[in-house]
Design a protein around this ligand. Sequence first.
Ligand SMILES: *Cc1c(COP(=O)(O)O)cnc(C)c1O
Length: 415
Amino acid sequence: MVDVTDQLAAPAAPAPEADQGTAARVPATDVGTGVVEVDLDAVASNVAALAARTRTPVLAVVKADAYGHGLVPVARAAVAGGATWLGVAQLDEALRLRDAGVDEPLLTWLLLPDARLLAEALRRQVTIGVSDPSHVEALLEAARATGQVADVHVKVDTGLNRNGVRVEDLPPLAAALAAAERDGLVAVSGVFSHLAWADAPDHPTIDAQAEAFTEAVEVLRAAGLRPTWRHLANSAATLTRADLHLDLVRPGLAVYGLSPVPDLAGPGEWGLRPALTLRSRLALTKAVRAGEGVSYGHVWTAPHDTVVGLVPLGYADGVPRAATGRAQVWVGGRRAPVVGRVCMDQVVVDLGPGAHEAVGDDVVLLGPGDRGEPTAQEWAEWAGTISYEVVARLGSRLPRRHVGTGQVLLAEEPA
Ligand SMILES: *Cc1c(COP(=O)(O)O)cnc(C)c1O
């Protein structure tokens, strides 16, 4: 019997350096207290499945550490699956991809007008999503400083009322960009917007946003700009609104094999496979008597004598505390309920009277679901959130272990 207490006391396996981009830095058998295992073949084939649904190129959104899946290896797998563009929210994420040698067209769209950082982005051939006149000023400074032409996609707010320039405010921005283009400082190659209700494919705001988008393209053209990349579709619209694919689709969640429209269909129905599995092991088992309370506040009391197991992951690792009282894990070939409050570093599960599990036994908190383990979507429902948040919040102290080749697996050729 392996004494796992030593392993638990030992420092957690080091997280693979994202910049190395190598797959298996965490040995395949070493789960430690917990590991996020990411199937790169699933990522590649999800992108291939998305690409097969559209005639336009695919931009894979890999912001937020690839929705918690690990930026660089996932970006590479997405490219292997057919993505010809990558997208990130923050400039810093874009620079990390470039540092790792990822040289595909790369768009970033959530920026502050920091000319020094933008200069770095221009040197590294990052396409800039511009949504404010202050961005243009900083970009011009960066373009002059570097001698690089700034490649720009204009980000238009067509009704989300979040990031982007409102259509009514677009004419002066378009004029400034057109002047800068004539001066050889910028090239406006694209225009894009983001939907508010993409997860409800028939929602009237979608058509209204599409119309506002058409109007925005007209404003740019009237200013003399000729953006060739028009894009509007996130995962949900990529799957459900082929009429909005335009020149490029921008899926994020679907790349990771999760359904952006869980009320309509699960991943399998879209030909997607969840890429992420969150593994841990039992750190302890113990008998609890009927009537005894478990975990903070004793919000759960054992209804009868039972055996509980301790799983050494908690809300600091991204296990949602809000899932207290509803969550389950996969252990010993069955689901066991999480009982009592989810704590910072640990949760307790009820293994049932006479349970035979032991310290070190495998626990799967979430995964693709095909062996019976809970899915990210189920955790989302237990916690009152969306699957995006479940995966994106998995903690930085959990190592990411990338498995698979990151290629689209083709049927074997006859010998
Ligand atoms: C996050 C994001 C996406 C991807 O959205 P999903 O719903 O994950 O497909 C696309 N475009 C923009 C601008 C985003 O911020």
